[in-house]
Design a protein around this ligand. Structure first.
Ligand SMILES: [Ca+2]
Ligand SMILES: [Ca+2]
Ligand SMILES: [Ca+2]
Length: 269
């Protein structure tokens, strides 16, 4: 990882601490939720949105290689609570998965809604991690999440191989405790000025575990990769959390360095 990358990639140290654990977690979207039966929202191409995915492809790891240090950056659902009203969008970055995964979101709080975002997360051809069937999305394709009011919490859910398995699929979400295997399936980073980078692991169980429901998971977290535009003010609010007393000195140091670098970068931009 180069220095520039490190400055743009920073994560909320506070997410590790569960700083806002007193906030009740949003109800998980089950595999049988009607949200998965909704029609695919309009997909906008890069030429329509002006979004450039190239900057973010560097975060997509090769198959079966985890995003470095991803285990440190466990996402707390409260991390995605928006402090300001914003018209949120999500963009497809890549997918390294044989599965035909699906993505949905929910917003709870001031805005209460849920919707399907991508019904068939499949990609084949130049720039795609692999090609295992399906070619529904182009790199950088975007969908509108919609206007989300300040004080709302965003959660994202992956129905693993949902296109094929339907209601029998596993759903993995923002809340680790609500995942059937009890494991983290999502890593989140703050990238650029206004984006969250989300990387999902779609295989059930611990790395290499077999038997039962286990799927010999590789824990590479590249099975569905997105960025979500939450706006600069919301991202800034998320990456400047009030440090908890329990946060280790090293994490505080990391966060402070990240903020410093970010401010410099902001000025540079
Ligand atoms: Ca993968
Ligand atoms: Ca796939
Ligand atoms: Ca995987």
């Amino acid at each position: 990882m180069n220095t520039k990358l490190a400055t743009s990639l920073f994560i909320t140290a506070a997410a590790v601490t569960g700083a806002f654990s007193q906030i009740a977690p949003a109800a998980a979207l089950s595999a049988s939720s009607s949200v998965w039966d909704k029609p695919q929202p309009t997909v906008y191409s890069k030429s329509q949105t002006g979004f450039n995915d190239a900057t973010y492809q560097q975060f997509v790891q090769q198959e079966r290689v985890a995003i470095p240090n991803s285990g440190q950056f466990q996402l707390d659902s409260s991390k995605l609570k928006l402090k300001y009203d914003y018209n949120v969008s999500a963009f497809f970055i890549n997918e390294g998965a044989g599965y035909r995964n699906q993505l949905a979101f929910s917003s709870t709080g001031q805005t209460n809604t849920e919707n399907l975002l991508f019904k068939d997360i499949s990609c084949e051809g130049a720039g795609c991690v692999g090609g295992w069937g399906g070619n529904a999305l182009k790199l950088g394709d975007g969908v509108k999440v919609g206007e989300i009011k300040a004080g709302s919490q965003l959660d994202f859910f992956l129905r693993a191989d949902g296109l094929n398995r339907g209601t029998g699929a596993n759903v993995f979400g923002t809340q680790t405790t609500q995942n059937a295997d009890g494991l983290q399936h999502l890593v989140a980073y703050g990238v650029g000025k206004k984006y969250l980078l989300l990387g999902f692991e779609d295989l059930y169980g611990a790395q290499g575990a077999t038997g039962g429901k286990n799927e010999n998971s590789d824990r590479d977290f590249n099975d569905a990769v997105f960025v979500v535009d939450i706006g600069e003010k919301n991202l800034n609010a998320l990456i400047k959390p009030v440090p908890e007393p329990s946060v280790s000195l090293s994490l505080i140091g990391l966060g402070a360095a990240g903020l410093l670098l970010r401010r410099r970068q902001s000025k540079a931009n």
